[in-house]
Design a protein around this ligand. Sequence first.
Ligand code: HEC
Length: 134
Amino acid sequence: MKMKLVAILLAGLLAGGLAVGLAQNKKSRATKEFMRDKLELAQGILEGLSVENYALIISRSQKLSAMSQQADWKVFENPDYEQQSIAFRRNVDALTKAAKNKNLDGATLAYVRVTMSCVECHKYVRGRLVASLN
Ligand code: HEC
């Protein structure tokens, strides 16, 4: 009788654990896809700059700016991450503006700044992830 109860309890725990695991996995996969979309958009901007397609640049940079305000973006809720996000948005908005003015050099420079924001934030994120493992 006691054994049966233990077995039922164990089965319950296992199922619960599995459900939580699956949910986390699903969430992180969605976040992963969301994050990867940034890369595709940035590549589109490079394409736009390369062939002087302002409409392409603008559509991609506006999408990136909007993404930075979405819930999926906010993996961390702290002032540093918020600062990184604000700097990124400022650079990506400057890129949109330069493209609207058909300023190719200005847009290219802004693109470099945007790329630096990507790298800066990732450096910060990696530091946080490593810290959270300790
Ligand atoms: C404000 C912070 C921030 C900025 C700016 C940022 N990212 Fe990210 N990025 C993240 C976070 C957070 C992750 C998820 C890290 C993790 O949990 O592994 C991520 C992950 C990624 C990944 C990996 C996705 C995967 O396969 O797991 C790519 C690719 C990526 N970002 C591209 C970019 C590009 C391109 C830019 C610039 C156009 C950019 N990111 C700007 C925060 C940022």
